[in-house]
Design a protein around this ligand. Structure first.
Ligand SMILES: [Zn+2]
Length: 324
């Protein structure tokens, strides 16, 4: 994926800081032990000398092999002497190693001329962070979800006891979040305003983020607005945003149906939902519209995707904000 220049700059800066910190701390540890055990300096001098000799010997022709073997033995002896001084004095044998965050590229971001995985991971994380920062995400917890706000009497129309039903939904969401993997099922939370859909989807987001997954949470109006601006404006590339929405481990789209609907938003929604279904990646959609109203608003082609393929959770009760 192509990321913005800003993301690359930030990633390079973070790597440079990691490298700098690792090397600075190594130097402090080195100065500390050399002051106590100057023999370490002599051993290191020997290591450096034999290392350079071995490199020079490569061009020596037929005798090189025997010579390199001899030199390597001296080098290894110097290394183990240094190690022994450390361990005999209560230090870890790796005490003088530079502790890079990524051993593969030594925090340079490149290895053998290729971009290191750590750099890829870092740019991806930064891009998600950037996208999530622009959404109004304030995490709620499962613990704060109070089922006592839901009536304990049977609803004559549906025959459902809201408190019981909502206790089941709460438990389901908890189990879902605790056991989350990017192969989890998609969820459709529907029901009137103020029944706790946003609360529970944010609680799931919090748990899944804590597990280290890439989560994008946004409300449909906010997200569609952003996509439209990117698509019709200049600057930030909307393809990158679309790709992130299509590939993050969990996408939570809150308040679907509240966005200003255009042919652009409908096709963007279709693409996001469809791409994620094709990659078997989970999406959580919350909406005030019931399945029938969803079909009317988004056509059967789109609505059937999240009604048919998602686990449908119908929220019930009275507006919790009024009961409070
Ligand atoms: Zn690396």
């Amino acid at each position: 994926m192509a990321y913005s220049k800003k993301i690359h700059l930030k990633a390079k800066q973070i790597l440079a800081e990691r490298k700098d910190t690792a090397e600075r701390e190594q130097k402090l540890r080195h100065d500390e032990v050399c002051l106590k055990f100057p023999e370490i300096l002599a051993a290191e001098k020997e290591m450096a000398r034999t290392g350079a000799e071995a490199v020079k010997a490569i061009g020596m022709g037929a005798d090189a092999e025997a010579y390199i073997e001899k030199i390597s033995k001296i080098n290894l002896a110097a290394q183990s002497l240094r190690e022994r001084i450390l361990t005999e004095n209560g230090y870890d044998k790796d005490y003088l190693k530079t502790k890079y965050t990524c051993e593969n590229c030594r925090d340079t971001g490149a290895r053998d001329g290729y971009v290191c995985d750590c750099y890829r991971k870092l740019t991806k994380a930064l891009a998600f962070e950037e996208l999530s920062r622009t959404s109004p995400m304030q995490l709620s917890s499962f613990r704060d979800f109070n089922v006592n706000y839901y009536p304990q009497t049977t609803d004559p129309e549906t025959g459902v006891v809201p408190r019981e039903h909502m206790s089941n939904i709460l438990r389901f969401c908890q189990v879902y979040a605790d056991g989350f993997t990017p192969k989890a099922q998609s969820l459709l939370m529907y029901g009137k305003t103020g029944l706790g859909k946003t609360h529970l989807s944010l609680a799931i987001a919090g748990t899944v983020i804590d597990k280290g997954y890439a989560v994008i949470y946004d409300s449909a109006p906010n997200l569609m607005n952003k996509l439209e601006k990117e698509h019709f404006g200049r600057g930030q590339n909307s393809e990158d945003t679309m790709e992130m929405l299509s590939t993050c481990d969990l996408l939570i789209l809150d308040d679907l149906g509240a966005e200003f609907q255009t042919s652009f938003t409908v096709s963007a929604l279709y693409n996001i939902v469809n791409n994620r279904l094709l990659s078997s990646l989970p999406t959580i959609i919350s909406t005030n519209l019931d399945p029938q109203a969803l079909e009317e608003k988004y056509t059967e082609r789109i609505a059937s995707r999240f009604i048919g393929n998602y686990i449908n959770l119908g929220f019930c009760g009275n507006d919790v904000r009024q009961v409070k």
